[in-house]
Design a protein. Structure first.
Length: 372
């Protein structure tokens, strides 16, 4: 190999090492470990306890979690692939990921980031598609001594709380009897396309109405999106009284929470920045709360949520509640910072090759002069 070729290769190797070091440094700085405090650990432990309560209650009702091939961690929080209570398609791995007790610790962190303090009022709008996240919200609120006002729809996507024999109402009953009663479930909705319950068999609806009545709850009426948003808002505001709602937590994809505007598809999970407020006819509770300057915590797109906060995807077994490990991603993979780094790397190589060519020409001219 010629000296010029060696010269080029050495230069390219040096450039590559420099940019490799920068990449490693960027990626290391891109994650910030969150050292869980006492409140985060308490929330995670409460979620683990609540999960045990639900699992034991399910067994008592004659449904063995170990017989559910989808519930590999035996939580009692993973439902069926198909049932009369199923509203939409779901992602099994996402459902199992939410059973991690660290989800409750994450909610404590997000509530703190939203500026919520002990004893304040927080609203929760959820679908039963993610029962584990509802339990995480209950646990976080209890750990922070918050007053949690909740409205939950009983309809659920695949593998959510969609077992007609053990719906969210049954889980709610189990939790209340076990002492998880700090939260205030104000009412329940049917879920589905328009919250009317029209897609459910009459026998199932009668059973759910009876169970709700036993819990002192009633089902909210269906109607247009604007009407349903107004009813939910009125319930939250009456329950809060003169106190201000300090945050709104959305869990799942309930239409009354998301609204019908396409901008919702761009909303990142976690402490969300709601940039677009659509007209009232397309506006859900998320946008309505944001318009009132209420911080929104959006728990959907679970894979993205797990990536952002360093949570394991579909863990087997579930991580222990005693050490809820969390990380915060400073910027997502493929961000502008990494693009700039790659562009710089290619530019450096290009410049080096030009300089190497110039140096080679100069050496050639010097050799020619020496020979002459």
């Amino acid at each position: 190999m010629s000296g010029d070729s060696n010269f080029k290769l050495i230069g390219l190797a040096i450039i590559s090492l420099i940019f490799l070091g920068l990449y490693v440094a960027f990626e290391r700085d891109n994650w910030k470990s969150l050292q869980p405090g006492a409140t985060e650990i308490t929330a995670a432990r409460l979620m683990a306890e609540a999960t045990e309560v639900v699992s034991s209650c399910q067994k008592s009702s004659g449904i063995a979690p170990e017989d559910n091939k989808f519930d590999i961690n035996r939580t009692g929080l993973i439902g069926l692939e198909h049932s009369p209570l199923t509203t939409t398609l779901g992602n099994l791995e996402a459902k199992r990921t939410t059973c991690n007790p660290a989800m409750a610790a994450l909610l404590v962190y997000l509530l703190k980031e939203a500026g919520v303090r002990r004893g304040e009022v927080v609203a929760l709008g959820a679908s039963a598609s993610f029962p584990a996240l509802i339990i995480a919200a209950y646990s976080a609120a209890r750990a922070l001594d918050l007053e949690l006002l909740a409205i939950i729809s009983v309809g659920a996507s695949q593998w959510g709380a969609n077992n007609p024999e053990f719906s969210w109402l049954d889980m709610e009953d189990c939790l209340r009897r076990a002492g998880f009663s700090r939260q205030r479930l104000l009412a329940v909705a049917w879920g589905g396309e328009d919250d009317s319950g029209s897609e459910y068999p009459d026998e199932l609806k009668e059973r759910l109405v009876k169970k709700a009545s036993q819990l002192g709850l009633s089902f909210l009426p269906g109607g247009s999106l604007e009407e349903r948003v107004r009813v939910h808002l009125d319930l939250f505001q009456r329950a809060a009284g003169r106190r201000r709602i300090k945050a709104f937590i959305n869990i799942g994809g309930s239409s009354v929470n998301l609204g019908s505007d396409s901008s919702i598809l761009k909303l990142e999970p976690g402490l969300a920045r709601v940039k677009h407020i659509p007209p009232a006819g397309r506006r859900g509770l998320i946008q309505e709360m944001a318009a009132r300057s209420v911080p929104v915590i959006h728990l959907l797109n679970i894979r993205r949520l797990a990536e952002t906060y360093g949570l394991p995807w579909d863990p087997r077994p579930l991580p222990p509640a005693s050490i809820p490990a969390l990380k915060v991603a400073g910027s997502p993979p493929g961000s502008k910072r990494l693009l700039i780094l790659y562009a710089g790397y290619l530019t450096a190589i290009f410049i080096w090759l030009i300089l190497a060519g110039i140096i080679r020409k100069k050496r050639g001219w010097r050799a020619l002069r020496t020979d002459s």
